[in-house]
Design a protein around this ligand. Structure first.
Ligand code: B12
Ligand code: SF4
Length: 358
């Protein structure tokens, strides 16, 4: 079956460097790739579905173009993915425009914000058939099988006879190694590493992507929604699987990766194994990660730095920037706990060996 997946962006969170194009002709976007829909696309394609992705960071795919494509290609399902409160209004507008143009196509919302506000969203957006909660990989496969009878699709909020139906949560999938790597081939975009606003994702000027090596966080910070989204659990891919993806990315020519894990720093042994795998395979990719302050195993910083850029291909070219960033830096990321302590740490690991200051 044919599916469209759209990442609805808040226009304030990406920036287009004027007319700059990548060497392959792609539009260049300052931001993170939408690995939510890229993960779903890979899963759907592996199951034999036909999947088209649109990232609204691309100025060439505004709402009108997507609606034209829906007319032309007649997908059975259009999935809209968005991150948070700030992109919800844009997702609503697009959903309403699609519904006005096509009365039959099924519409689904998904992502963290949609998960945590599913019933309210279903009431506010009756034109959206399904609000998908939690991990999407198995959910979207199940939904494709049961578009007309979604009673038993776990994690789905939908409506029947005018009533909002809130199907039970699905069991959290613990085997994350089973999923294919995100579909990084199907968007006509190249991402550059610097972030707009104050997000310090800056790694290098190498070809950039993001990666998720674990999901969730076991801590209960009151200001954070991650424990709710993940039911207080932390699940991880194996170090081997992570290093395999690094190898794959290096083969594709990537030189910088931002881990979007909620809490990468939880298990020192796992971090050590990933760093060792990266070094053993001679991978030269800068990477950054985030985690909780008091989980930091400081003795691992040198290994992380070594695995994060010691043999950087673009290193000389980046010499001055690396000097500036040859350190592990900590930043209050998500807020403070009741006693005012910063609780989340952002670690950028891209120091050449010997340059690390903690
Ligand atoms: C990377 C990131 C960013 C990047 C953007 C990434 C991008 N591609 O655009 C940047 C730095 C720009 C960013 C900005 C912001 N972010 Co942010 N971000 C993240 C982070 C760390 C990872 C997102 C990610 O890539 N996840 C990995 C992928 C695989 O997961 P996923 O997208 O959730 O998709 C899965 C499921 O949700 C589901 N799914 C998703 N879409 C769909 C659609 C369908 C149809 C289906 C079936 C399933 C489905 O399936 C996927 C696979 O399982 C998350 C934390 C998190 N754990 O999600 C915060 C997070 C989403 N961000 C958050 C916030 C608050 C913001 C900002 C508002 C920050 C601010 N104050 O300025 C802005 C708003 C951005 C915007 N509206 O566009 C909050 C959202 C809280 C909430 N309840 O709404 C989060 C949860 C972090 C947190 N706890 O504070 N962010
Ligand atoms: S702020 Fe960080 S440490 Fe606290 S619950 Fe959220 S992800 Fe976990």
């Amino acid at each position: 079956m044919r599916i469209f997946l759209i990442h609805v962006r808040d226009p304030q969170f990406y920036a287009l460097p004027a007319v700059t194009r990548a060497t392959n002709g792609n539009i260049r976007v300052m931001g993170f790739p939408p690995i939510g829909i890229m993960s779903l696309s890979a899963v759907l394609k592996r199951a034999g579905h036909e999947c088209f992705m649109f990232d609204q960071a691309n100025p060439e795919t505004p709402n009108e173009v997507i609606i034209e494509e829906i007319h032309r290609l007649q997908p059975v399902l259009v999935g809209l993915s968005f991150l948070s409160t700030t992109s919800y209004p844009y997702a609503k507008i697009l959903a309403r425009q699609i519904r006005a143009a096509d009365a039959h196509v099924r519409l689904a919302f998904g992502g963290v914000f949609a998960t945590l506000n599913a019933q309210l969203i279903k009431l506010q957006c009756p034109e959206v058939d399904f609000v998908c909660r939690g991990d999407g990989e198995q959910l979207i496969l199940d939904l494709m099988e049961h578009l007309d009878d979604p009673e038993d699709v776990g994690g789905l909020t939908w409506a029947k006879d005018g009533h909002v139906m809130h199907n039970p949560n699905r069991l959290m999938e613990s085997n994350l190694d089973q999923w294919p790597f995100p579909d990084r081939d199907s968007l006509p975009l190249d991402f550059v590493e610097a972030m707009p606003l104050d997000v310090p994702a800056v790694l290098s000027m190498e070809r950039f992507t993001s990666m998720q090596t674990s999901r969730g966080c076991p801590w209960p910070c009151v200001f954070c929604d991650i424990p709710i989204f993940n039911e207080g659990k932390w699940r991880s891919r194996s170090p081997q699987h992570v290093v395999d993806e690094f190898t794959h990315l290096q083969q594709l020519g990537y030189g910088a990766v931002a881990f979007v894990d909620d809490h990468f720093l939880l298990q020192p042994k796992r971090i050590a194994a990933i760093c060792k795998g990266i070094n053993d395979r001679g991978i030269a990719i800068h990477w950054s990660c985030e985690g909780r302050v008091d989980s930091v195993a400081q003795h691992l910083f040198p290994a992380m730095a070594k695995a994060g850029g010691g043999r950087d291909r673009g290193h000389e070219r980046q010499a001055s920037r690396d000097r500036y960033r040859a350190r592990v830096f900590c930043r209050r990321e998500s807020g403070r706990d009741r006693r005012g302590y910063a609780r989340h740490l952002q670690v950028c690991v891209h120091a050449p060996p010997g340059h690390l200051r903690v």
